[in-house]
Design a protein around this ligand. Structure first.
Ligand code: NDP
Ligand SMILES: O=C1O[C@H](COP(=O)(O)O)[C@@H](O)[C@H](O)[C@H]1O
Length: 484
């Protein structure tokens, strides 16, 4: 079974920061894949824009090198690469100056979709938005795509929202959270709202607790300076993990459309309780065989920034009162594994001779790697040994279930860029959502800063600090194994 690819309308996509790391690693390779798949029409044009002096040929060379560096050779077809490169051009533009804008305007064609990707530091979002409007480059139908981090706290997020709102309507602003572009994240909605099976059980009467794990094996690498100013709470929780939590916890939207979905997510964020100090664990990795310690990586032996965080969270509404959400994310952990586990309660009365507290029904949604879903159920152990029970997985690995179609799952970025061209904001964060997320995040950070909290050290290749294990142990529960 092969997915039907529907080409998007012809477009002009300007990538501000077209020479930067994100453009080279994700955006340009993603666009190439969409062209190779036949989704990007031959009339599309991609215009790189940055301060570096470069001509069209220079940008094509940089793009060719990026494709070769960040994509497997098997994914590159010589003819398709040439075709893709022929769609590219470059304009030298200073986001804070006047140079280049008139030339950029000449590149923008009438009667095609206009999209402007701000793949630059957030401090440039306002200046670029202003110049796009002042120079008459972006009209009321144009779309702008802004990257994370969207603010450092509530005040800066509000300021960013305001600076964009001066020039663009909310319907034109696409705030990227690349987790929303992941295939299984969207599948979460398909499973919840496309089946009758789960929804009646999807509440605190039947769900014991929920675990969200986003474990990484990488350290902070070359991003130490940015990372140490952010930490796992701002870098991962405020956006990606909260979005996952929202998709699990939200009420069924009336339609699958941008505002219906985002209204429901917003209600969840607003229903989040503040996190109590006892319900929070922060950590930093020690020096290990795979590399230096976090403190060495960021070059500050006194840093108190966390690169691991685990929390017990509560959503205060009728559906979820009494069902805790345990979330954790961290760097240099034992495996790269992201999953959501819905752990159901035990049957109210066991007619078999088995202990309570087994929590044998678990729905696991595996985000990466090996995307798929699994449901564990209790069955009778086969054989003549009497009524002995075992828990077995009902496995739905996408690779096995969907075959060739699963191999073609687009990367989150390429899917989201195509959604921008289609004008579909469902998988992008609305301004009020981002602000609500910061409004919940800020006091949690302020509280640990006021207490002078010091992150606990943990071994590289472990599951994080031991305190994180205690977070569940003391509730009579345990984390699921972090498995590749
Ligand atoms: N890299 C990543 O993996 C991720 C990045 N992001 C976000 O994406 C954005 C870009 O990140 P990244 O690519 O890593 O950053 P880089 O520093 O690698 O690239 C920045 C880009 O901006 C351009 N630029 C800088 N100043 C100006 C200016 N005054 N006018 C015009 N262009 C300018 C640079 O080119 P030049 O110097 O030639 O002007 C360069 O192309 C950031 O907001 C980042 O937080 C988000 C998630 C992941
Ligand atoms: O946004 C970010 O995400 C990555 C993890 O993304 P994934 O798609 O590889 O799971 C994380 O490493 C980075 O610190 C953060 O800024």
């Amino acid at each position: 079974m092969v997915a039907r690819i529907i080409p998007v309308e012809p477009f002009d996509l300007v990538i501000f920061g077209g020479t930067g790391d994100l453009a080279r690693r994700k955006i340009l390779p993603g666009l190439y894949r969409r062209l190779a798949d036949g989704q990007m029409p031959p009339e599309a044009r991609v215009i790189g824009a940055a301060r570096s002096e470069m001509d069209d040929e220079g940008f094509r060379k940089l793009t060719r090198e990026s494709l070769e560096e960040f994509m497997p050779a098997s994914a590159l077809d010589k003819e398709r690469v040439e075709e893709f490169l022929s769609l590219l051009s470059y304009v030298q533009v200073d986001a804070k100056g006047d140079g280049g804008w008139a030339e950029l305007k000449e590149h923008i064609r009438p009667d095609v979709v206009h999209a402007f990707y701000f793949s630059v530091a957030p401090s440039l979002f306002g200046p670029i938005a202003e110049r796009l409007k002042d120079h008459g480059i972006a009209d009321d139908n144009a779309r702008i795509v802004v990257e994370k981090p969207f603010g450092h706290d509530l005040a800066s997020a509000k300021a960013l929202n305001q600076s964009l709102a001066c020039h663009f309507d909310e319907t034109q602003i696409y705030r990227i959270d690349h987790y929303l572009g992941k295939e299984t994240v969207q599948n979460l909605m398909a499973v919840r709202f496309g089946n009758m099976l789960f929804e009646p059980l999807w509440n605190s009467q039947y769900v014991d607790h929920i675990q969200i794990t986003v474990a990484e094996t990488v350290g902070v690498g070359g991003r130490g300076e940015y990372y140490d100013r952010s930490g796992a709470m701002r870098d991962m929780v405020q956006n990606h993990l909260l979005q996952l939590l929202c998709l699990i916890a939200m009420e069924p939207p009336s339609r699958y459309d941008p505002d219906a979905v985002r209204d429901e997510k917003l209600k969840v964020i607003r229903a989040l309780e503040p996190v109590r100090p006892d319900d929070l664990v922060r950590g930093q990795y020690r020096e290990g065989p795979d590399g230096p310690s976090y403190l060495e990586d960021v070059g500050d032996p006194r840093s108190r920034t966390e690169c691991f965080i685990a929390m017990r969270m509560s959503v205060s509404n009728w559906r979820w009162a009494g069902t805790p959400f345990y979330i954790r994310t961290g760097k240099r952990l034992k495996a790269r594994a992201s999953e959501i586990a819905i752990v159901f309660k035990d049957a109210p009365h066991s007619i078999f001779d088995v202990p309570q507290g087994r929590h044998s029904n678990v729905l696991t949604i595996r985000l990466q790697p090996n995307e798929g879903m699994q449901m564990t159920v209790t069955i009778k152990e086969p054989g003549p040994g009497g009524m002995r029970l075992i828990d077995v997985p009902l496995d739905m690995s996408f690779a096995e279930a969907l075959g060739e179609q699963a191999a073609d799952i687009p990367d989150a970025y390429e899917r989201l860029i195509m959604d921008v061209i289609r004008g579909n904001q469902t998988l992008f964060m609305r301004g009020d959502e981002v602000e609500a997320a910061w409004a919940w995040t800020d006091p949690v950070i302020a509280d640990w800063e006021a207490r002078g909290h010091v992150p606990s050290p943990y071994e590289q290749g472990s599951s994080g600090p031991d305190d994180a294990l205690m977070l569940l142990h003391r509730d009579g529960r345990r984390w699921r194994e972090i498995r590749p």
